[in-house]
Design a protein around this ligand. Sequence first.
Ligand code: B12
Length: 253
Amino acid sequence: MEECIENVFNFSCLYVERHNVKDHTGREIVGKLERSEGERLSQESLKRLKEAVVKQELNVATEATAACLREGASPKEVIDAVSETLKVVGDLFECGELFLPEVMRAANVAKVSLNMVLPLIGKGAAARGPSKGRIAIGSLGPHDIGKTIVASALMANGFDIADMGINLNPEKAEKFLQENTVDILALSVLLTSDVDKAAEVIRRTKRLKGSLKVMVGGVAMNEAVAKRIGSDAYGRDATEGVRIAREIMGVKK
Ligand code: B12
């Protein structure tokens, strides 16, 4: 367990090293030194946040998230830190170091942190003109953190979101699509055991509305599986989700 936590810390140390600023003129040095001081502090806070998620310490995570933002970390840096740490939590679960109730608690701590930063990436979206398209998004299992991040990123980029929630099944999805008009269906699939269900959702979607495009993501997916189950696109993360949605809707720069 200690070794795994250490890996999380090493990752953030590498990040700090990668972002060290090298200056050539006096003026720039002053500005960048100030920034790097904020960066050093925020790296420490990001490290504290990661540890708090693994250790399931809600108050520490809340305080560390606020500190990260205060010290100049971007919402994306916080989101990436929390997402990476949840992968470590998954690995600890897989190797028997954490049990399911602890994974649940870690997820809840992660959600509190994300709730503090996700609204910030949507700032100003409403003022960005007409909707770029309407996307129905749902998770095939109980996992909703990735879905929420993807939905927030899409909203921040001008898309309307219809959230179908968790534990989506073919019947629920079909009913939803009969009653609602959307341009894209987005599915989040984290459990290998849900891949067949996702395939059936896509089959029914294509039968019902042939022109509706489907994109999928989540750790149970990859390019090959996405293709096999009839999806039009696979996205590894929220940034790719936005890129795919823009491509499908023909959104120009
Ligand atoms: C937290 C968690 C839980 C929580 C979920 C809480 C919640 N509200 O979400 C709880 C405790 C409920 C849970 C339960 C289970 N879990 Co779980 N869980 C996780 C864990 C640790 C983190 C998931 C997470 O939130 N990651 C962070 C987010 C940000 O990442 P993400 O979801 O992958 O999303 C990103 C990308 O994938 C992508 N993306 C995601 N969706 C989409 C969609 C589109 C369209 C696009 C473009 C992109 C995209 O963008 C996101 C942002 O970058 C993972 C570990 C892991 N490696 O994923 C295991 C994991 C997914 N769980 C697993 C398992 C086995 C289970 C259980 C079956 C365990 C059990 N024995 O009961 C149960 C499910 C039971 C059921 N009801 O069916 C396994 C799945 C293994 C497999 N191959 O199927 C994993 C991988 C853990 C492991 N290593 O064993 N889990």
